[in-house]
Design a protein around this ligand. Structure first.
Ligand code: GLY
Length: 328
């Protein structure tokens, strides 16, 4: 059993069994905090990313910048060979290539992104270099690799033995169908708010397992996989990237917050938009959003049950089950 699944069963459902069910039943809106101690805070998609939020918290709790926090945070799953959806150990495309997508935004509205990047373990750090050292926002494929190598990043084989085996098993039938909440699709999106009330966001993924060679999802697209605006807050997406790309989901969430919506209402609006425009694909696929506003209030919502997230705030690193549009 994949480590993510084990985690969900042992830790998340374990905590319900241990008596936390009432706590879990609340939506993020009911956890509303706009008190002074709501800062700093960091939120990330998917429960197993507690180590990622812990790395981000290390930066935030010592007065560091939200941008440094999100980069440090998402580098954790990027380097983790057991995480089959991000960075090293990510499942390959149908031709056996691990291709990575990532994006990052800072408190000034600067953005950097890489997509279809191969052989570099930390695409998020390359995305940050694109943001900080080039006049561009996005570099792709061979150009992104060349840039990374020029910047001193090391060329590595990112296909682990486990990922190769999963690909060889998949090739027997070669059936391509994304599935709801399957661990093959757990992009990390992260939004941080630092002590100086600066917002930053990051998103990184190896994308859909066994995708077509050259396929790029929502994660490196600013406004789709992630968007942050220091006047308002930030949002990030996980799940079937094609649905998020067609609706620019993270941008929509931030714009809803700009209009005064609570982050929880904002993420619900983005999920409902997908459901109303693409009802059939909504039935068969998962998308989840997380959001955080400048007050440190957060939201999280999925199309289907099973989407969870981590919130590190007030010194506590906790996993929560997100509410969802559809029921079990
Ligand atoms: N959300 C990640 C992807 O679709 O690639």
């Amino acid at each position: 059993m994949n480590s993510r699944r084990k985690f969900l069963q042992n830790t998340l459902f374990g905590s319900i069994a241990a008596g936390n069910a009432a706590f879990w039943a609340k939506t993020a809106e009911q956890f509303d905090h706009s008190a002074k101690d709501a800062l700093p805070a960091v939120i990330a998609t998917w429960g197993p990313n507690v180590k990622a939020t812990a790395a981000a918290w290390q930066v935030l709790s010592t007065g560091g910048r939200a941008l440094d926090a999100v980069e440090a945070g998402v580098r954790v799953p990027e380097a983790d060979p057991a995480d089959t959806s991000v960075g090293y150990g990510g499942l390959p495309d149908r031709d056996g290539n691990v291709t990575l997508d990532a994006c990052i935004m800072d408190e000034f509205g600067n953005a950097g992104s890489v997509s279809f990047l191969q052989h570099i373990m930390h695409p998020i750090s390359v995305a940050r270099r694109v943001m900080e050292k080039t006049p561009h926002v996005m570099l792709v494929g061979e150009g992104a690799l060349q840039f990374a190598l020029n910047e001193g990043f090391k060329k590595e084989n990112l296909l682990t033995d486990n990922a190769r085996k999963a690909w060889e098993d998949w090739k027997v039938k070669s059936e391509y169908k994304p599935q709801i909440n399957v661990e093959r699709h757990d992009t990390i999106g992260m939004i941080a708010l630092d002590k100086q009330q600066r917002i930053a966001g990051a998103c990184t993924t190896s994308g859909l397992a066994f995708k077509m060679h050259g396929r790029v999802g929502d994660s490196p697209v600013i406004g789709a996989g992630m968007f942050a605006d220091n006047e308002v807050g930030g949002a990030a997406a996980t799940g079937l990237g094609e649905l998020v790309l067609r609706t620019l989901g993270s941008f929509l969430v931030v714009e809803e917050m700009r209009r005064g919506a609570h982050p929880q209402k904002a993420v619900e609006t983005a999920v409902k938009r997908i459901a109303s425009k693409y009802p059939e694909q909504t039935n068969e696929n998962q998308v989840g959003f997380i959001a955080m506003d400048k007050k440190g209030r957060h939201g999280a919502f999925g199309i289907h049950p099973g989407f969870n997230y981590v919130l590190y705030q007030r010194g506590e690193n906790k996993v929560f089950e997100a509410a969802s549009l559809k029921s079990r």
